[in-house]
Design a protein around this ligand. Structure first.
Ligand SMILES: [Zn+2]
Length: 626
């Protein structure tokens, strides 16, 4: 290659590199200028307690080490703050929590038993969505060394600045192409590529185990999980909400809906923000087919919190708004939550008590949108579901503060895509809500998990569910499930792993059996505050049960068999002995041609009717005591 050719090659390479590394900011839809009263919250440049994000004018966010160093310095400067580790990540980073309290004794028990309501705020579960960390640092600064000490007069606060600590350090400008800042952002999943916001029910990760131990030890009254959206454009800069009325905590829902939402919305609007409800375009593109408020299953933080009867709020800042605007909105939401808890903490405590005391005789394992035929899950694309809307009951409507969108033709993919023009348009749209409970089960007195399912017993304990261990073998008559038509597939119906597991979907048939339970087997009463959670973790048809997550692989395996030379005389003897069996066999051959032509299927059919057959094959080993 000549020098000229070489130069030409280098220039082409540089050009290509610069095209492929185009920063997302320049590709995003246009954004409106924003000014708001909350800008007054930003520290002056000469303030010794200016946060790293403020110092950069919200262009960057501090690293894990910078964050922890800054917070340590702040905690050392104030008697109101202390820091504690709640766990350690796979890469060896401590997951830190700041306790902000004016109590004399700061222990988990003292905070759990305090008359003051306890708020737990968690940032960075998806480490690229890091607004909550920078907002929390500003608010803690104003509490500790500023003029907001009074926020702790009647409320205690726990703050996890970064939950996904390893993901936070996988930092790059290219991690979240649909998000407007900060310049350096962390990665969605943890070091083993698991999504922490799919782990609440199954409890695989160190990070979610750490948060669950905070739930168990500190017993927070309210829990906020801070995220940033992806997807559609609209005018709102901050959207948030709890689980719906049909969830497992109806009294808490009413409190969130009637007390929390209006209060927080007012505070945000007064500071120049545009609060809205949680939004998911039904067609996965724009809002022309309406909004779909799908309730996640207990693998998600808010659904899990609802099932534990803890007021849980999912916050989704709008990814297309500038970082400064998003951080300030989060600050205002957190401050207004503390203020409301000071006024309405007692009423939330009463609502929580009512939900924790509730023992519904029947509970649903799933919920669906009444106007839709199928269950829509977060994991499946919404686009294909939109058309299955039934017209019988009209959905609610919503006055959407939207952004104009246009369908454009892509000459590259030869299909349509949505272009957001940045022009505000206010429209009334259909607001579908998953309000209909389905797959109802009756509440048993409790469940028996045999000693052989040690891993499941351990995980039930991690949730804080009360478990009684048998000290000697016991025989019991139990209701049990025989598994039928099992399919090993993810939620999109594909034979693929999901979050490190091969998921199972099956139907069940109920049997009553006498079971001899070994010493070490566990009884899980449903008469406890976490009884509803136990039901959803142990009923095999519940989407986030341990069965669905593939924790019972052994039951799908048949291990004994009969040789042909034993089977043949046995089959003959069976037919001779029982004219009914003979009739049933002849009938089955007529109606099932495949069976009639399959010698193996015929032998298995006879085998299944003998005493030699393994009667635990396809038997779900967890029993229900009525
Ligand atoms: Zn998220």
């Amino acid at each position: 290659m000549s020098i000229k050719q070489k130069n030409c090659f280098t220039i082409t390479l540089l050009l290509l590199l610069s095209i492929f590394s185009l920063q997302a900011q320049s590709l995003l839809p246009p954004v409106a200028d924003w000014k708001g009263k909350s800008e007054m919250l930003i520290a002056k440049a000469n303030d010794p307690w200016i946060t790293p994000a403020e110092k950069s004018d919200f262009v960057t966010t501090p690293t894990y080490d910078q964050t922890m160093d800054w917070l340590k310095k702040l905690s050392n400067a104030s008697p109101l703050l202390s820091m504690t580790s709640i766990g350690k990540s796979l890469e060896g980073r401590y997951i830190m929590m700041i306790i902000a309290s004016s109590e004399k004794t700061i222990t988990p028990a003292a905070l759990r038993n305090s008359a003051k309501p306890l708020l737990l705020v968690q940032a960075g579960i998806h480490a690229g969505e890091i607004d909550g960390k920078d907002a929390g640092m500003m608010l803690l600064r104003d509490i500790a060394v500023g003029n907001k000490k009074q926020l702790l007069k009647d409320v205690n606060l726990l703050f996890i600045p970064i939950l996904n600590v390893d993901g936070h350090e996988r930092s790059s400008p290219y991690n979240r192409p649909n998000q407007r800042g900060p310049e350096n952002m962390g990665w969605r999943t943890n070091a083993e590529n698991l999504n922490l916001n799919r782990d609440y029910a199954k409890q695989d990760t160190k990070e979610i185990r750490a948060v669950t131990s905070v739930f168990n030890e500190y017993g927070p009254l309210m829990y906020m999980d801070l995220h940033v959206t992806d997807g559609a454009d609209y005018q709102y800069d901050i959207t948030f909400g709890g689980h719906g009325k049909q969830g497992y905590s109806p009294a808490i829902f009413t409190w969130l809906d009637t007390k929390y939402k209006p209060y927080a919305d007012n505070a945000l609007a007064a500071h120049g923000h545009i609060p809205g409800q949680l939004l998911n375009a039904l067609n996965n593109q724009d809002f022309s087919s309406g909004n779909a408020l799908i309730l996640g299953e207990p693998r998600f933080s808010d659904a899990y919190g609802n099932l534990r009867h803890m007021a849980s709020v999912l916050v989704e800042n709008h990814s297309l708004k500038p970082y400064k605007q998003r951080v300030l909105g989060t600050y205002v939401l957190l401050e207004s939550t503390l203020k409301l808890l000071a006024i309405e903490g007692q009423s939330l405590k009463e609502s929580t008590k009512a939900d924790k005391a509730k023992r519904d005789a029947k509970i649903p394992l799933k919920s669906k949108i009444p106007q839709m035929e199928n269950v829509i899950s977060f994991e499946t694309q919404l686009s294909t579901q939109g058309s299955s809307a039934l017209s019988s009951t009209p959905p609610d409507s919503l006055n959407l503060l939207g952004i104009e969108s246009k369908l454009q033709k892509s000459f590259i993919t030869n299909s349509d895509y949505v272009e957001w023009t940045g022009k505000p348009v206010n429209t009334k749209i259909a607001n579908y809500r998953a309000t209909e409970g389905i797959e109802w089960v009756t509440r048993p007195k409790g469940y028996w998990v045999p000693a052989s399912c040690e891993e499941v017993i351990e995980r039930l304990k991690r949730h804080g569910i009360k478990v009684e261990i048998l000290q000697e073998p016991r025989e019991l008559t139990l209701e049990m499930y025989r598994i039928k038509d099992a399919k090993f597939q993810n939620d999109e119906g594909k034979t693929q792993l999901f979050e490190g597991h091969m998921r199972v979907v099956a139907s069940t048939a109920v049997e009553t059996r006498k079971e001899l339970l070994a010493k070490g087997s566990a009884f899980i009463s449903t008469d406890q505050p976490l009884g509803d959670l136990a039901i959803l973790l142990l009923e095999p048809k519940s989407p986030d049960s341990y069965f669905s997550w593939g924790f019972f692989p052994g039951l799908f395996q048949r291990t004994e068999y009969i040789e042909g030379y034993v089977m043949e005389p046995l089959m003959r003897a069976m037919l001779e002995k029982s004219p009914e069996l003979k009739k049933e066999f002849e009938q089955k051959k007529i109606v099932d041609d495949t069976f009639a032509k399959d010698p193996n299927a015929i032998a298995t059919w006879f085998y299944s009717k003998t005493k030699y057959y393994d009667d635990r094959y396809l038997l779900y080993p967890v029993g229900r005591e009525k």
